[in-house]
Design a protein around this ligand. Structure first.
Ligand SMILES: [Ca+2]
Ligand SMILES: [Ca+2]
Length: 503
């Protein structure tokens, strides 16, 4: 019901436009000479009003005339001859391939009889009678002038000159790249009052207005009641040749809207009847809307654009999608912001807790204040005092060791000066031992000074009492050991000297 009304509305608009315009020809959509998605092919694979063959494959969305395999050929032709004299055809197609160069190309036909499905000229018959518009991908004559679009007329006698890319046979053409475009490429072929115009859309944009003139041929006479066809072929190189849709309109000069042969144009009475029906429908719709508004005054505002809300243009849809994505991004950023605030708050709380503890470090790794506990009864002041005490003790030990070292040296010197015969041997032993002693004392000095430095460097940091005290005890024991050794040595030395006096 809805589509029927739409169709009537379309006719009505067509009539209105036709009556108001004196320049533009009447255009009438010819569904029997068109195909388009989403139901281009039916379930059984057939395309209504068309017949295809060769390697062509039709789906709901497009017809692949020749797939990207070597030496493929395919074509699609209208089943019935074209009853109208003037027409325009809008072909939306894509020619794509992995290679920088593709082959062979695609052709649009208007000929007195349908061509082959596996012919030699871009997939269809040679020596055709009528018009061929070729989209020649491959540069056979190596003149670096392909891809090329050209128009070739034939009266059935000419064999297409592939080796020269039809250079001497075409009426005219244009150099246009139609392969591997981001969007579909389109060609509008209009034949009206013996003038052929080919407009080309290069597929770099989706803008409907980006057509440019490829060729315009005047005084061209094409045979009546021909057939439309599209074909394609691959060679050694291969592209996919897909036609997404082909829309045909018949054209009628303004003021001569009389029905063509075989075409049922709406009669004047019928037009009037359709117009009246449409007006009646519109009036009833308005009445119903008014009635609804009266019954539901609270939804009046919402219902004003009730029917507009059922539809959306492509731009509106795109805008809506962009808006929804942005809304999601905004929501994600808002959640992140909240979490960041939380983290900053927690950090500030930690810092404030740390600043309440005197002398505590606030740089580097900050421990969790809630888990930080000082030993009960032990303050930082106490620790600092202990360290100072320890430092003083170590200094005292150091001085003591230096003194021992000095005394040992003097003992050694005295021993060397003893003028006895056996002094040398005993003295040699003594001096060796004393040197060892000296070395150990030196090592001790180094250790002590190293310990002092280390203690200085760590005097500010917290240090458990037990560890520090055990080190100092160790040092004290070490020094006592050295002293005992030195004492024993002096004692032995003296005893030996006394023994020598008896000899
Ligand atoms: Ca060629
Ligand atoms: Ca060429």
């Amino acid at each position: 019901m809805y589509s029927y009304l739409k169709f009537k509305y379309f006719l009505f608009i067509l009539i209105i436009i036709g009556q108001s315009s004196a320049e533009i020809p009447h255009r009438r959509f010819e569904y029997k000479f068109s195909f388009k998605p989403p139901y281009l092919a039916q379930r059984d694979g057939s395309v209504p009003f068309w017949k295809y063959g060769g390697n062509a494959i039709a789906s709901g969305d497009n017809i692949r005339l020749a797939p990207s395999l070597k030496s493929q050929k395919g074509a699609i032709w209208t089943k019935t001859s074209v009853p109208f004299e003037w027409w325009d055809i809008d072909i939306t197609f894509r020619i794509t391939g992995r290679g920088r160069i593709g082959a062979d190309g695609m052709a649009f036909w208007y000929t007195i009889k349908p061509g082959d499905y596996e012919g030699t000229v871009f997939g269809s018959s040679d020596q055709w009678v009528g018009l061929g518009i070729f989209f020649d991908s491959f540069d056979n004559d190596n003149k670096h002038n392909n891809p090329y679009i050209m128009a070739v007329l034939n009266d059935g006698t000419k064999v297409f000159d592939h080796s020269n890319d039809g250079a001497n046979q075409m009426i005219t053409g244009c150099l246009r790249d139609f392969r591997n475009k981001p969007f579909s490429t389109r060609a509008k072929i209009e034949y009206y009052k013996n003038t052929l115009t080919v407009l080309f859309h290069n597929g770099n944009t989706q803008n409907e207005n980006d057509f440019e003139v490829c060729m315009r041929i005047e005084n061209l006479s094409l045979p009546r009641n021909g057939y439309f066809g599209v074909s394609a072929a691959t060679g050694g190189l291969a592209d996919d040749h897909d036609v997404k849709q082909l829309l045909t309109h018949s054209l009628y000069p303004p003021g001569s809207i009389s029905p063509q042969a075989g075409i049922e144009m709406p009669k004047v009475e019928e037009q009037q009847k359709l117009s009246d029906e449409y007006a009646e429908y519109q009036r009833k719709l308005d009445m119903q809307k008014e009635q609804y508004k009266k019954e539901h005054p609270e939804t009046q505002k919402d219902n004003e654009n009730e029917f507009d809300e059922w539809f959306e243009s492509d731009n509106q849809r795109e805008l809506r999608q962009v808006f929804s994505v942005q809304a999601q991004m905004y929501e994600a950023i808002r959640v992140l912001g909240n979490k960041l605030d939380e983290v900053i708050g927690r950090q500030e709380r930690t810092l404030s807790l740390l600043s309440t503890v005197p002398g505590s470090p606030v740089q580097g790794h900050i421990p969790d204040a809630s888990k930080m506990q000082l030993p009960s009864g032990v303050g930082l002041d106490h620790i600092a005092a202990s360290q100072k005490e320890l430092y003083n003790t170590v200094l005292e030990i150091r001085n003591f060791v230096v003194e021992v070292h000095r005394k040992t040296e003097s003992v050694l010197n005295n021993q060397i000066k003893q003028p006895t015969a056996q002094v040398q041997s005993i003295g040699y032993d003594n001096s060796a031992i004393l040197r060892e002693l000296q070395e150990s004392v030196n090592a001790m000095r180094r250790d002590v000074s190293f310990t002092t430095q280390k203690l200085n460097s760590v005097s500010q940091s917290s240090c458990p009492n037990t560890n520090c005290l055990s080190t100092s005890i160790f040092l004290v024991f070490g020094v006592i050991q050295v002293l005992v050794l030195v004492g024993y040595f002096i004692y032995r030395n003296n005893k030996e000297n006394q023994q020598k006096k008896f000899y």
